[in-house]
Design a protein around this ligand. Structure first.
Ligand code: NDP
Length: 405
């Protein structure tokens, strides 16, 4: 019997539960726990109606290890799939260690009071997971996640050596709102307002944040979506890829933003609404970014009228059999199609599907080891096959476009 406990009933959690329910041969029993039980129950009711599958639900405070242990002890899963917020990663990993359960997530741990994206805290669990004979898989969404798998696949099958990687993330969709974020607004805004870094010749190079007039950007011609302005950004998968892709000289991450998004965010930042420290408001302590989150559309609700495509992939430059080659591996995901299938927009879809596939790899023992792993350290082949079968088909093409030097 393969039992999975999913923690987090937001935009991504909705997709994960439904995709697990589509594979009853692998996920024999599904449990869903989150802060607000009503959100779990709403997803469970849809899953019952759509697939005839029962999902047992729990309220949990995933900041509190003993509360997570209580839920794990009640449902006794083989795997905990964490799609709550990055703040909860360490508490959930601790609960897994205490109860002897494997772990998978989609975003690296962040302390609430500091927007700091790095794996150091979770990599520090390496020995603890090894000693307990357990496996933790980190960052198994799309980026991080599928982008790391594309790199592992390129390293295994396409190249003898990879010199450079450019990860390009384009959301060419339109949700019809003046301003909204595609995943949790607090996490998203913390990520995009930070100082930008990329890695070259063994060191991290800092460049201005995307709201600064001197930030680095260029126009990239995305398959099917066309030309979009793409901004240099720091993204967490680069930290593990520089360790695990041998001989790498440079890695960069680019993300598209519309001028409208940048203008809104600039104003919000200028007036202090993106601050993550406490301010006094009428005698109450509030964190402006958390207040802003309460005002913005729930990312899980954006799907209804979302049109357009998300195109995410990696461009590689390197050598095979003594010849220089440039390859581009990418996926195109349609917001409206994702909505038709699981009532979610493409950003939740492209995160939830790989999380389900990673869980499938662990429950089928395709990924079986002890310790803490980033996904490019694991075999990409079956994962790549499942992407094609589960709604995220990918292409490999010779890359003929231009990237900034
Ligand atoms: P949402 O905000 O929509 O959902 C988060 C869920 O976690 C909510 O249901 C929330 O509960 C629950 N939650 C928050 N705090 C707690 C807590 N203390 N205890 C229990 N439950 C809690 O976020 P998304 O679904 O958009 O994102 C989920 C995760 O996926 C995030 O970590 C995000 O960073 C990651 N992500 C990864 C991507 C990738 O490609 N790798 C891309 C996009 C997202 P409540 O509803 O009560 O607030």
């Amino acid at each position: 019997m393969s039992k999975v406990l999913i923690i987090g009933a937001g935009g991504v959690g909705n997709v994960v539960v439904k995709k697990c329910a589509q594979h009853p041969d692998v996920f024999k029993e599904i449990f869903l726990a989150s802060r607000t039980k009503g959100k779990c129950d709403a997803i469970a009711a849809e899953v019952k109606k759509m697939y005839g599958v029962d999902v047992k639900t729990y309220a949990v405070d995933a900041d509190v290890v003993s509360d997570i242990v209580r839920v794990i002890n009640d449902c006794k899963p083989e795997l905990v799939l964490n799609v709550a917020l990055p703040y909860q990663d360490l508490a959930i990993m601790d609960a897994c260690l205490e109860t002897g359960v494997n772990y998978l997530d989609t975003a690296n741990y962040e302390p609430k009071d500091e927007a700091k994206f790095e794996y150091s805290w979770q990599w520090a669990y390496q020995d603890k997971f090894k000693e307990k004979g357990l496996m933790a898989v980190l960052g198994c969404g799309f980026d991080p996640g599928v982008t790391n798998i594309f790199c592992a696949y390129a390293q295994k099958h396409l190249y003898d050596s990879i010199r450079t990687i450019d990860i390009l993330d384009c959301n060419a969709g339109d949700h019809g709102h003046p301003f909204a974020t595609n995943f949790n607004p607090e996490i998203n805004i913390r990520e995009v307002t930070q100082v930008v870094r990329h890695w070259k010749d063994g060191e991290w190079i800092e460049t201005p944040a995307i709201l600064d007039d001197s930030c680095v950007h260029f126009s990239f011609d995305y398959p099917e979506a066309g030309k979009k302005e793409s901004y240099l950004l720091f993204h967490e998968e680069m930290e593990s890829l520089v360790k695990n892709i041998k001989g790498l000289e440079r890695i960069r991450f680019w993300m598209t933003f519309s001028q409208n998004y940048i203008t809104h965010l600039k104003v919000l930042e200028n007036v202090g609404m993106t601050r993550i420290d406490e301010v006094d408001f009428g005698g109450c302590k509030i964190i402006p970014l958390q207040f802003l989150k309460a005002l913005l559309p729930d990312p899980g609700s954006l799907g209804t009228n979302y049109k357009g495509l998300a195109v995410i992939g990696c461009v590689f430059d390197g050598e095979k059999d003594g010849k220089k080659i440039k390859k581009y591996i990418y996926n195109v995901c349609d917001h409206a199609e994702a909505y038709r299938e699981v009532q979610a927009q493409a950003v939740s879809y492209t995160t939830g599907v790989p999380a389900m596939i990673g869980a499938m790899m662990m429950l089928k023992d395709v990924w079986k080891d002890t310790g803490v792993f980033n996904v490019e350290q694991l075999d990409p082949d079956m994962f790549m096959d499942e992407l094609n079968k589960c709604g995220l088909p990918w292409q490999v093409v010779d890359f003929e476009g231009q990237l900034p030097e």
